[in-house]
Design a protein around this ligand. Structure first.
Ligand SMILES: Cc1ncc(COP(=O)(O)O)c(C=O)c1O
Length: 466
């Protein structure tokens, strides 16, 4: 694959000492005197690089195949392609996207167990061989349409501890797996190992789910080997957290996965191990800035007990901003996301906080971003920032009611760019510790990103229930 130049990526270099957060400020200042205060994103591609270094350090045996569905921005895909990642594509369009930037078919897994026949044929024509399945009908479709397919059996896992449960829709049980393997033998379909492509479900809170899934995978590998298949690939799926505001941190998960891999798929087994991380790579890279376009003050009825009230409880505030659940905040509906804004203007130390709700711009009552939070009083024209907005946001947003999607301003620091080019040309030649001396998530020496959210941040809005 050729080395990309910075113009192809369409990002701006961060000047020395500047962070992505500074660019947010700069963009806000640029429009401060105008009425055109559209919502916008700043996305730090250096943050994606940092995540990759962290991945390599935490899961050295696992090659990431980025789940394109999570955020199909060309700049993100090019960044990950430069770093040598593979790609999990769910459709013909996603395959086209990654192939158009020069990714070879071996670096693609068509990881959708339910595929349209014409798209299976497209994958065949493009040389994409790795694909997942979990049913007999899919096996028969592949047998007819893609004679060179190398199938990965997707097994159901216990996702009862996950926020986004996927085993409801996908995956074969262990019993069905045997039947499917036998049927594949009859049909002459090549299952290159079970290569169980499982996904324990995004937002998982129990790391043992991963080790159980890996042990189940071993079972299915053994079944496949018994039937004469040459098992060579294990796919541990996605669901790794992309930000720090989660119950189960990335390294807590990998601390469970690595021993399970060593136990069930030791390095000398020759099995290639891949994963399909999506949110892990992109969530924290994106910050969304939205502008308050309307506001409603709802006065409370006065009661006797309110006499000694300091005034903060006499009204609640409703803010209407220029992006909502039909746009970037579709993650609230589809990805079970809970978001809270970071105030753009730092509140004064003695400033009163009010009970507030935040709404999107459409005419639908469903378009609510935050039901309840505490904030100082803001005005129309003020900004709110939402961090960790890179996953399942822009990818599934619509222009319902005619509201356009926010512009995305991509940035990267020069040291991050240089390191990325070095990796693209020579691979990861330095030990990762030298590049990132500190314990993650503390930023790397070549820091180019915004500060990671911290509970002590004075401008962070409090959830009313926290
Ligand atoms: C097959 C498959 N792989 C990977 C992913 C990525 O999940 P995440 O973004 O939680 O890592 C998904 C998400 O739904 C998926 O369905």
């Amino acid at each position: 694959m050729s080395v990309f130049n910075s113009a192809e990526f369409d990002f701006a270099f961060l000047d020395e000492g500047f962070t992505a957060r500074d660019i947010v400020e700069q963009k806000i200042n640029e429009v401060s005197l105008s009425d055109d205060k559209d919502a916008f994103y700043v996305a730090d591609l250096g943050d994606v690089l940092k995540k990759h270094l962290r991945w390599v350090r935490a899961l050295p045996r696992v090659t990431p195949f980025y789940a394109v569905k999570c955020n199909d921005s060309k700049a993100v895909v090019m960044t990950l392609a430069s770093l040598g990642a593979g790609f999990d594509c769910a459709s013909k369009t996603e395959i086209q996207l990654v192939q158009n930037i020069g990714v070879s078919p071996e670096r693609i897994i068509y990881a959708n167990p339910c595929k349209q026949v014409s798209q299976i044929k497209y994958a065949a024509a493009q040389g994409v061989q790795k694909m997942t399945f979990d049913s007999e009908v899919e096996l028969m479709k592949v047998a007819r349409s893609h004679s060179n397919a190398k199938l990965v059996l997707r097994i159901a896992t216990d996702d009862s501890k996950a926020v986004c449960r996927l085993s409801v829709k996908f995956g074969a049980t262990l019993k069905t797996s045997r039947l499917l393997l036998e049927r594949a033998k009859e049909l002459g379909v090549d299952i290159i190992g079970v290569r169980p492509s499982f996904h324990v479900g995004s937002g998982c809170t129990d790391p043992d789910t991963f080790s159980q899934a890996i042990s189940d995978a071993r079972c299915v590998f053994d079944m496949g080997e018994e039937l004469g298949f040459n098992m060579t690939l294990l796919d541990i799926g996605g669901g790794f957290p992309g930000s720090e505001d989660v119950k189960l941190k990335f390294e807590e998960i990998t601390a469970v996965i690595n021993p399970a891999l060593d136990k069930y798929f030791p390095a000398d087994s020759g099995v290639q191990i891949i994963a399909e991380p999506g949110r892990y790579y992109v969530a924290s890279a994106y910050t969304l800035a939205v502008n308050i376009i309307a506001k409603k003050v709802v006065l409370k009825e006065q009661s006797a007990s309110d006499d000694e009230d300091d005034g903060t409880n006499d009204k609640t505030l409703m803010y209407y901003v220029n992006d909502g659940v039909y746009g970037s905040f579709n993650c609230i509906l589809y990805d079970h996301a809970h978001v809270l804004p970071v105030l753009h203007k730092k509140p004064k130390p003695d400033e009163k906080f009010f009970t507030c709700s935040i709404w999107g711009p459409t005419c639908d009552g469903l378009d609510r971003i935050v039901e309840l939070c505490g904030m100082p009083e803001l005005q129309v024209g003020d900004w709110m920032l939402f961090e960790n907005m890179g996953a399942y946001t822009v990818a599934a947003s619509s222009t319902f009611n005619g509201f356009q999607k926010p512009d995305i301003h991509y940035v990267m620091s020069r040291p991050a760019w240089q390191l990325m080019q070095q990796i693209q040309e020579q691979g990861l030649i330095q030990p990762v510790e030298e590049l990132c001396p500190s314990t993650m998530p503390i930023c790397c020496a070549w820091e180019s990103g915004i500060e990671l959210p911290s509970s002590s941040c004075s401008t962070r809005v409090c959830g009313i229930n926290c």
